[in-house]
Design a protein around this ligand. Structure first.
Ligand code: SF4
Length: 214
């Protein structure tokens, strides 16, 4: 029998908690996608491609979404048929083909985001300092998942070559973004920034040391 005196390990209970949040988010994703005649994987592909001018290969899309390449291919084909994505040559590799978002796909994202998700509503119910703590905790968890190769590198400040953590004495805005040359605070840390450029491994490690000690 489980009691407060003899609980399951904390990592297990947090995983259970995250799984309840994920359940609500999955329902959310279905409802949001349905309004645009998509399924959640197709919507996730549009969100992934937003802001990536060179697009991504099918392999990269599959890896980022944690789905098989055939599943990614099926969803891309459906999106292409609707005119929401288009194939283009892959950067310097003239033989390669990437998938990029089309203007019609961007319009779909705009429409989908006009209503607030239940996940966003549940975050709004937290106090400001709780939101900030949760954001930083998520950054740390995502970073760990990247380090153990469970997920690809995300477009987070923590891995960005423009990120200079704790370079200002202002406690409200201690970080600096060299892309826009501006200071910003902990609650402005990005999880998925369009301007992100991945730093080299040594710089990423050094930046992370400063960030987590700050
Ligand atoms: S470019 Fe984006 S990801 Fe990079 S430091 Fe600036 S805000 Fe963060």
């Amino acid at each position: 029998m489980e009691t407060p005196k003899n609980p399951t390990p904390v990592n297990q209970r947090i995983r259970e908690g995250l799984s309840r949040v994920a359940m609500a988010m999955r329902t959310d994703d279905w409802n949001r996608a349905k309004t645009s005649g998509l399924n959640p994987t197709q919507l996730a592909i549009l969100e992934l491609l937003e802001g990536r001018e060179d697009g991504l290969s099918v392999k990269e899309i599959a890896a980022n979404l944690g789905v098989s390449q055939p599943t990614a291919t099926d969803s891309i084909t459906a999106l292409e048929r609707k005119g929401f994505v288009a194939k283009r040559s892959a950067g310097t590799d003239k033989r390669g083909v990437n998938v990029g978002i089309a203007p019609e796909g961007l319009s779909v994202l705009e429409a989908v985001r006009s209503s607030q998700s239940v996940a966003e509503q549940s975050v709004d119910a937290l106090a400001d300092h709780e939101q900030e703590d949760l954001l930083i905790t998520l950054v740390k968890m995502i970073r760990h998942l990247q380090e153990i190769d469970a997920i690809p590198i995300q477009r987070m400040c923590a891995s960005c070559r423009y990120f200079a953590p704790f370079s200002h004495s202002d406690v409200a805005q201690p970080h600096h973004c060299n892309f826009v040359n501006a200071a910003f605070g902990q609650r402005d840390i990005r999880i998925d920034c369009r301007e992100h450029e991945t730093a080299d491994p040594a710089s990423r490690a050094a930046t992370w040391d400063v960030f987590q000690q700050g």
